[in-house]
Every structure is written in structure tokens, then in C-alpha cells.
Design a protein around this ligand. Structure first.
Ligand SMILES: C[S@@+](CC[C@H](N)C(=O)[O-])C[C@H]1O[C@@H](n2cnc3c(N)ncnc32)[C@H](O)[C@@H]1O
Length: 216
């Protein structure tokens, strides 16, 4: 997602340091200190403009949420939503999600959301895909036992790549949806900005999976 540079972003982020982390490493193992209540911690990587994670926080007050986004002008828009929501169970982090294992401790994360991640269609860029083995290895480091990865996309090529990548990495599939919006199994679907914009053009694919326990 490309957005125009927002000259106000840096100052706005600095003014809302209570809701936004720009140097995450010192919080490793201690993220619960950013929230009023100690509760299971769910993380979205590539949170974009924040609609999904803010709505998740609103609907699940018994959980804590973190949205990670690499682009400052984008996360500043998400931060505005967080501030306007008045919610205290959500924090934003401006950083590269690839490095999750440098700022979350083993087992600190209860679940991970990857929504409409950039497809990086050229094979020489495959390592940048958020479902590549490079990222999966880091997710495995931080997710608690049976913690799920929930990935959805409208990009069939990225979805096929991700199914293969997760399978090759040994993840256990909990569910696969080839047309999430047509699902009749009652699966929760909180829509992202990207999803609302592009779902009319074709199906939304989703997979939910977890890393196996040692004996699984
Ligand atoms: C296509 S957008 C989707 C945004 C949002 N999830 C949605 O569905 O509306 C992908 C987002 O992921 C962000 N992103 C890509 N690679 C990232 C990384 N390594 N760490 C954090 N964010 C990343 C991009 O900056 C972009 O905002």
C-alpha cells in the first residue's frame, strides 16, 4: 500500500507516545506493562490504516492487541483511529514485523493476524512475503503453544504460496476458506480497509493454522 507522505505524522506520533511504540526492543517480555489489564496478546503485522485491529479491540475487551506497521504515514492514520476509539486494550508499533523475535519473548504472543499482506509477486522478492519461512521462523519463536496464525488475502497467487509455505514449515491447518465472504460456518470476519475496497472483485481466501506441539 502506497500512501502520500503525511507531514503531520511524526509530530502526531510523538504526541501520542502512550498509544504508540517506536522503539519496541526494550519491551521484550514486558508488553503487558503497556496495558491496564494483563490479558492474552494478539498481534497484527502490516496493520495498514488500523480498521481491523481497532475493531478487534472493541469487540474483545478481554484481550490486548498490537498493530505493527512499517510505514510511518500509514500507522499515523491507524493511530488516529486508536486515539478516537478511546480503547485502552490496543497499542500501535512502528517497526518492521520481520523482527518480531527481537521484541517479543518466547510465548508472549497468543495469536497473529496477517491481513492482505503485500504479495511481492517476483520470486526474487519471495523472502519479503509475510508468510515466507524467514517470517514463519520468527513467528514460531514468539507464539505461545497452539497460538494461531490467521492469514487472509484476495491474492490467489500469494494464498497458494502461503498454503505451501505453512505446510512445508510443518504448521497444522485449523481451517481453510476459499471464499470467506460466502462462508456459512459462522467464522468471524472483521473487515480491513483493503478487504472493503477489493472484495467485490473476487473471493477472499483465508487460512488459520498453528505450529505443532512437540508431540503433535
Ligand atoms: C496491502 S496493505 C494491507 C493493510 C491492511 N492489513 C488492510 O488489509 O487494509 C499491507 C500493509 O503491510 C505493511 N507491511 C508490509 N511489510 C511489512 C513488514 N515487514 N512489517 C510491518 N508492516 C509491513 C505495508 O506497509 C502495508 O501497509
Amino acid at each position: 500500500m502506497r500512501v502520500r507522505n503525511k507531514p503531520w505524522a511524526k509530530g502526531y506520533i510523538e504526541d501520542h507516545a502512550d498509544k504508540m511504540v517506536t522503539a519496541p526492543e526494550p519491551l521484550k517480555g514486558n508488553w503487558q506493562s503497556r496495558f491496564p489489564s494483563e490479558q492474552p496478546l494478539f498481534v497484527e503485522i502490516g496493520t495498514g490504516k488500523g480498521q481491523f485491529i481497532v475493531e478487534m479491540a472493541r469487540q474483545h475487551p478481554d484481550q490486548n492487541f498490537i498493530g505493527i506497521e512499517i510505514q510511518m504515514s500509514v500507522i499515523a492514520v491507524a493511530l488516529k483511529k486508536v486515539v478516537a476509539s478511546g480503547l485502552t486494550n490496543i497499542q500501535m508499533v512502528h517497526t518492521d514485523g520481520e523482527a518480531v523475535n527481537t521484541f517479543f519473548d518466547a510465548g508472549e504472543v497468543a495469536g497473529l493476524y496477517l491481513n492482505f499482506s503485500d504479495p511481492w509477486p517476483k520470486s526474487r522478492h519471495a523472502k519479503r512475503r509475510l508468510t515466507s519461512p524467514v517470517f514463519l521462523a520468527h513467528y514460531a519463536d514468539v507464539l505461545q503453544s497452539e497460538g494461531q496464525i490467521q492469514f487472509k488475502t484476495d491474492n490467489r497467487g500469494l494464498f497458494e504460496y502461503s498454503l505451501e509455505s505453512l505446510n512445508n514449515f510443518g504448521l497444522v491447518f485449523d481451517g481453510v476458506w476459499l471464499d470467506l465472504h460466502a462462508a456459512t460456518d459462522g467464522v468471524e470476519d472483521i473487515e480491513t480497509e483493503y478487504e472493503q475496497k477489493f472484495s467485490a472483485k473476487g473471493p477472499i481466501y483465508q487460512v488459520i493454522a498453528h505450529f505443532p506441539k512437540a508431540a503433535e
